[in-house]
Design a protein around this ligand. Sequence first.
Ligand code: GLN
Length: 336
Amino acid sequence: MPSPEVRHRIEERLDELHDRCLPQRPATVDRYYRSGRGYYPPADAGPEQDLFGVSIATVDGQVYEVGDSRVPFPLHSISKVFTYAMALADNGPERVLERVGVEPSGDPFNSLRIDEREMRPFNPMVNAGALVTNSLLRGVDPDEQLARMLVSLRAFAGREDLEVDEETLAAEVQTADRNRGTAYLMRSLGILDGDVEAILRLYLQQCSVHVTCRDLATMAATLANGGVNPASGRGVVPRRLVRDVLSVMHTCGMYDFAGHWAFEVGVPAKSGVSGGLFVVIPGKFGIGVYSPGLDVYGNSVRGIRVCKELSDRLGLHVFASEEEDAILTPTAPALE
Ligand code: GLN
């Protein structure tokens, strides 16, 4: 438990980081996304340009937050992490690996390309992979699958009121042609089986669950804490499976920017098109960022900037030397 002075100092640093990253050159933002509206250029964006929240949740249950950290937004692709964890727990890693690979695709997240050598989607972080992951969730019917998924998401976030936002879902269902196409293509190849429409709906439901960036930080902290939510003390995923989840986040979590991210920032992360981004620092803390301006890959521009800076300042990169590690170095406590 940090002293009030340490807490205050960390809050000050976070405020400073937020204020510095708030102004951004419009040229760095390629587009925005809203369910139903689809992608639109920065020139057509309104107040969403200024939405920006950052939150950090530590493995000892502390939460720090700044800016729009309590504004709800849809999980979108970030949800893929949690359903992958569920599929692993439901089926065991071997069986899941037979159906979904762990290879970065180098393609955009909504690519129709699949790994033809292995006849499975490249990884669970692209849409094709997430659709197959969804089909592997245990449940007698889609309602039970959804109910179990919500139980898991709520446990990750420590919030019993996480729900599918019905407006978002309706808009996503209306505009799901590409995901529908991906699902039917996979069924025609024998990669996906079962009721395609039901699987697609389950996928869109998980994308439409509303969270805040504070929730994202806690969800990340649950993974950082070996699968146990640090606030509730409740186990959500077996520790052994957390390793699998983080490995895939590390290599595939940032779409076709994943290699660059691993090189520069060097921490397991996952982003979504609504502008959410979450990062796991195993054994230490989770970071959640929300800011809707996206780059050409579909990653939050401010999200990347904040995480890069935190990683540099705190020596979070997995291959950083111990001297760079400000958390291990007693003279430079976290966030100083
Ligand atoms: N709902 C979006 C889709 O399926 C999520 C994609 C994303 O966040 N990258 O296309």
